[in-house]
Unconditional design. Structure first.
Length: 174
């Protein structure tokens, strides 16, 4: 797929994702990645250009967070994600942010955003395939992945008691 087709696709997906402005009180709804299934592996570049795979985190509990710099609920969730990372990182947990920003300078833009917002967890830049594989239709959308790579839970949107719910799920699997 050419770059112009990707941009058109990204705009179309962005229009669909505009539901990101709403809170969703029903975490986990409508995901094609099933609870109990193996999380699809991928290789994406982090904001510094280093290739990173989901499978390289095997042995850790991972909160895979799909988000974008332009999404208000995504921005609102950052303090909770930073706190979860801080609270559980020494126990074998990490947040893995996957930005769906599509600008030609997305890596630089996302790196600056991460720095200015105090993001302390790894941030990757999505390609067109990974969000589709995970059937991400709105953001933020998160998947909690066990130490052995199994999807434990999924969360759609940023909702009241997000941190409390995710913390409880993390603690069950550490």
């Amino acid at each position: 797929m050419g770059k112009s087709c990707f941009i058109v696709l990204a705009v179309a997906v962005s229009l669909i994702i505009c539901s990101c402005g709403k809170k969703n009180d029903k975490p986990g709804a409508d995901s094609s990645v099933q609870i109990g299934s193996t999380a699809p592996d991928f290789m994406l570049k982090d904001v510094s250009g280093k290739n990173t795979t989901l499978s390289s985190y095997k042995g850790k509990v991972v909160l895979l967070e799909f988000w974008a710099t332009w999404c208000p609920p995504c921005k609102a969730s950052i303090p909770d994600l930073v706190e979860l990372q801080k609270k559980y990182r020494d126990k074998g947990f990490t947040v893995l942010g996957v930005s769906i920003d599509t600008d030609s300078d997305a890596a630089e833009k996302v790196a600056q955003f991460a720095s200015s917002h105090g993001i302390t967890y790894p941030v990757l830049i999505a390609d067109e395939a990974v969000p589709m594989t995970y059937n991400v239709m709105s953001i933020p959308t998160s998947f909690l992945v066990s130490r052995n790579g199994t999807v434990i839970s999924s969360y759609k949107g940023y909702f009241d008691d997000y941190s409390k719910k995710v913390s409880a799920d993390i603690e069950k699997h550490l």
